[in-house]
Design a protein around this ligand. Structure first.
Ligand code: ADP
Ligand code: MG
Length: 217
């Protein structure tokens, strides 16, 4: 189960990772876009953390609604509205529940993907954040469907997203600014796929829980 503190820990860790990777994300965007993705997203996640500290939302859903609002209003670029919509769509599926089960988390991640795809109209293979988030949703759902632990589901999501991010290198961009460069985007990793991996790595970290391996006896 994930409570409001776990969601706060997720967002704090996501903000930390995004800010730490500002230059890396911006560097990726310099190759096939306009070199602002790291700057955009750092601004958005810093605003999200500030807004959470100021308002102290009481439920997981309210945390994600606040994050969505911050990202939409402060991030800018194409990615701000897309991520913001994803967080808000996820929040909606959680309602007012104080604790989020793995099944609910799976539904929330699927809703985030659906919201992002509805707004951005990206298909899998268009070289966008969808190419990291889509595989993450499928991989975590497979773990959840077989009764796996939350930590296993979030680890599977992060790992699948990382593989999806790597696969964007071989793709031609068909959405967003990068699409203007067409086939010249081949050979470059998509910045939005890279930031999606960071956000999902943060989720895996926040839900990892204590190590369960027992000492050899
Ligand atoms: P901008 O392209 O406006 O400068 P950012 O640099 O912040 O915005 O974000 C670029 C990232 O947004 C891309 O790498 C891609 O992953 C994602 N993106 C752009 N357009 C779309 C879209 N229509 N659907 C999904 N993701 C998109
Ligand atoms: Mg950009």
């Amino acid at each position: 189960m994930m409570d409001v503190n776990t969601f706060r820990a997720w967002i704090a860790e996501a903000a930390r990772l995004v800010v730490a990777n500002t230059d890396h994300l911006t560097h990726l965007d310099a190759a096939i876009g306009d070199a602002d993705h790291g700057i955009n997203l750092s601004r958005g996640f810093r605003a999200a953390v500030t807004m959470l500290d100021d308002t102290n939302p009481e439920t997981p859903g309210a945390v994600l609604t606040t994050v969505g609002r911050a990202l939409i209003s402060k991030t800018g670029g194409a990615s701000g509205p897309l991520y913001g919509t994803g967080f808000r769509a996820a929040a909606k599926t959680l309602g007012e529940d104080p604790d989020v089960s793995p099944v609910q988390l799976g539904a929330a991640l699927a809703a985030a993907l659906a919201g992002i795809r509805q707004l951005g109209a990206a298909e899998p293979g268009d070289k966008t954040m969808v190419d990291a988030l889509g595989p993450a949703v499928s991989a975590s759902q497979a773990v959840i469907d077989t009764g796996g632990h939350l930590s296993e589901a979030t680890r599977a999501a992060a790992d699948a997203a990382a593989r999806g991010r790597q696969a964007t290198i071989g793709l031609t961009a068909r959405k967003g600014r990068a699409s203007y460069l067409g086939p010249r985007t081949i050979g470059h990793e998509d910045p939005g796929a890279a930031s999606t991996v960071l956000i999902l790595q943060a989720l895996a970290t926040a839900t990892a829980g204590p190590a369960t391996e027992s000492a050899p006896s």
